[in-house]
Design a protein around this ligand. Structure first.
Ligand code: DC
Length: 233
């Protein structure tokens, strides 16, 4: 039997969840699933099909079309991780822009969207050996995950990281716009009715405001080794 565990990484936006998840998955030979990319893709679909813009949201219209949305992660060997495809189109570039970030929390409040995505996520992780990051992985998707992490950092630290990432990719944004988006998403994500962002009782909190990426990885790899040793004594 393969000795594999499920690693659930939840936390606020821009806390470096995906950086850590990718490092862990590569090191352990596990699959990495970025669930935020799935919510972002549904949001992009809603934007491109006229169900949402900054002034209105036809959530019922979107709910009626959920069967037309096909999401796939396809591994890119050059990058070493899987990229997101929406109805056969690679949408990695399109889903990580500020317009999508500004609307994604509204789409993520819709229970029918959550139910569809949670089911797909549970299917992807049914054989363990997966590192999944999001907001509800340790609480809803995999409440029995052997290792649960909850990532935090100050809003300013997170906005600075996201600002650098966006400007490096050529997006024209101001720091204040990004900070506002980070704080607004925190507010909506923690207050929504269905599966709000909350630390699972058995999750280990990691505040990485003052940790380098390497320090954080070393610390978490140790936790993963412990979880493996406890699961397979
Ligand atoms: O991780 P991210 O910033 O790419 O996620 C984008 C949004 O998707 C986030 O603001 C809330 C939502 N989300 C969610 O509700 N549940 C998840 N498991 C993952 C993301």
């Amino acid at each position: 039997m393969d000795k594999k565990i499920t690693i659930a990484i939840d936390g606020f936006s821009s806390t470096g969840k995906s950086t850590l998840a990718k490092q862990l998955a590569r090191h352990l030979g596990y699959a990495y699933v970025d669930t935020g990319a799935m919510y972002r893709s549904v949001t992009l679909y809603a934007m491109e099909n006229g169900f949402i813009d900054s002034a209105f949201f036809n959530s019922e219209g979107l709910t009626d079309c959920l069967d037309d949305i096909s999401l796939q992660f396809l591994f890119n060997p050059d990058l070493g991780y899987a990229e997101m495809y929406l109805n056969e189109e690679n949408v990695e570039g399109k889903i990580r822009t500020l317009p999508v970030s500004n609307l994604v929390s509204l789409v993520a409040e819709v229970s029918a969207v959550r139910a569809m995505l949670v089911k797909q996520q549970q299917h992807m992780g049914e054989n363990k050996g997966v590192v999944m990051d999001g907001r509800d992985i340790g609480t809803v998707v995999f409440p029995n995950a052997e290792l649960k992490l909850f990532m935090t950092a100050s809003p300013e630290t997170r906005a600075q990281r996201r600002f650098e990432e966006l400007t490096q990719k050529g997006n024209t944004v101001t720091f204040d716009e990004v900070l506002y988006n980070v704080q607004e998403r925190d507010r909506i994500d923690t207050h929504r009715k269905d599966s709000p962002l909350v630390k699972a009782a058995d999750a280990i909190e990691i505040d990485n405001s003052d940790l380098t990426i390497q320090q954080q990885f070393d610390k978490v790899l140790e936790l993963a080794k412990n979880a493996l040793a406890v699961t397979y004594p």
